[in-house]
Design a protein around this ligand. Structure first.
Ligand SMILES: [Zn+2]
Ligand SMILES: [Zn+2]
Length: 192
C-alpha cells in the first residue's frame, strides 16, 4: 500500500477532528446538560467521598461506568462517521480514541502525586490542553474547568449553564407571580 501526502493529511485531520469536535460534542451534549438537569454525572464524577483515580479508571460500579460511557459516546459516534472517509481517516479516528482514553487516565493522576512541570503548564495552556491540575479543578468545583481535552470549551460551557440557571430562576419567579395573582383573584371572588 502506498501512503501519499493526501493520506497523511487525512490521517492528521481525522485525529485532530476527533479531539476538537469530539470534546465539543461531549461537553455540550452530555457534560453541560448533566450539570443543568442531570444527576448521574454529579453523583459519580463529582462524588468527593471517593478517589477520582479509583472511580474514573478502575471502578466497575455500573453508574460510574455508565457516566463514562455516555461521556465517551459522542467520540465513538464521531469515530464511526470518520471511518466513512477511508483507511487513513479510520486510522486517525482509532488512534484518537486510544489517545483520548490515555488522556482520561492522565487527567486523573493528581491523586497519584502528578505535578506538571512549569514548562509543560506553559506549553499546554498555550494550546488550550487540559492538564491533570485543570481537570482536578473541575472535580473540586463543578462550576469551573469544563472541557475533557481542551480548556477553550470551559467558557462556552459555563455561559450555557449560567443562561439555563437564569432562565430557570425567571421561570420560577413567573410561576410564583401567576400563583399569587390566582390567589388574589380567588380571594376577591370570595369577598364579592
Ligand atoms: Zn474526572
Ligand atoms: Zn462535571
Amino acid at each position: 500500500m502506498v501512503t501519499t501526502w493526501h493520506d497523511v493529511l487525512v490521517f492528521c485531520a481525522s485525529l485532530a477532528g476527533l479531539f476538537v469536535v469530539g470534546d465539543l460534542l461531549s461537553t455540550m451534549l452530555y457534560h453541560v446538560p448533566q450539570h443543568i438537569w442531570g444527576k448521574l454525572h454529579l453523583r459519580t464524577h463529582h462524588d468527593n467521598t471517593r478517589s477520582y483515580w479509583e472511580h474514573s479508571i478502575v471502578s466497575v460500579d455500573p453508574a460510574i461506568v455508565l457516566d463514562g460511557f455516555l461521556g465517551a459516546l459522542p467520540y465513538f459516534v464521531l469515530a464511526a462517521v470518520l471511518t466513512r472517509f477511508g483507511t487513513a481517516a479510520t486510522a486517525g479516528a482509532l488512534l484518537g480514541l486510544v489517545l483520548g482514553q490515555l488522556h482520561v487516565m492522565y487527567r486523573h493522576t493528581c491523586e497519584l502525586g502528578w505535578k506538571s512541570p512549569a514548562w509543560l503548564t506553559r506549553a499546554a495552556h498555550a494550546v488550550g490542553l487540559v492538564l491533570p491540575e485543570d481537570h482536578n479543578g473541575h472535580h473540586k468545583n463543578p462550576d469551573a474547568d469544563f472541557g475533557d481535552i481542551f480548556r477553550f470549551y470551559d467558557a462556552p460551557a459555563r455561559a450555557v449553564i449560567g443562561a439555563a440557571r437564569t432562565g430557570a430562576r425567571r421561570q420560577r419567579r413567573l410561576q410564583r407571580l401567576r400563583e399569587m395573582r390566582l390567589l388574589r383573584r380567588r380571594s376577591q371572588n370570595i369577598a364579592t
